[in-house]
Write a protein that binds this ligand. Structure first.
Ligand SMILES: [Zn+2]
Length: 142
């Protein structure tokens, strides 16, 4: 007897027992298999996700304190990069494009933009880079 984990088109995973691998193929081909939960006939073998989480301490885990220190170091590094860079908020895409086209003098700026807009800028050859950490808008300081 072989036990298969099967999955229907609706995403239900269930166990099914067969006399042999051929039984499974035959029943499947004959449309005899169906999901016991929703009755869906579009059933196939479920792909088992590999067990990623290692048991025990075989993998070195980052402690919350270490994670916090790493984040702080990253924040310091980013603050250094942004020194002298102007926050332009949502005008980022327009400004970056204008500078790239020579309509505005080139200056270091950072701001926010949508993923689609960032992709469009990159496609146009505008040199932009994502920041590792979200930046708190400095507009309130003006
Ligand atoms: Zn189902």
């Amino acid at each position: 007897v072989i036990v298969f984990d099967l999955k229907c088109a609706g995403g239900h995973v269930f166990e099914a027992w067969f006399g042999s691998s051929g039984d499974y193929e035959g029943q499947r081909a004959g449309g005899l298999l169906s999901c016991p939960i929703c009755g869906d006939g579009a059933v196939e073998k479920a792909v088992m996700a590999p067990n990623v989480a290692a048991k025990g301490n075989s993998r070195s885990a980052v402690t919350p304190a270490e994670a916090k220190a790493m984040l702080a170091a990253l924040a310091r590094a980013q603050a250094k990069v942004l020194e002298g860079s102007q926050w332009v908020g949502t005008a980022f895409a327009d400004k970056a494009r204008a500078m790239h086209l020579g309509d505005e003098p080139t200056a270091p700026i950072h701001g926010q933009t949508s993923l689609a807009e960032a992709k469009a800028l990159a496609d146009e050859g505008v040199p932009i880079a994502p920041l590792p950490l979200p930046v708190t808008p400095a507009e309130t300081q003006n």
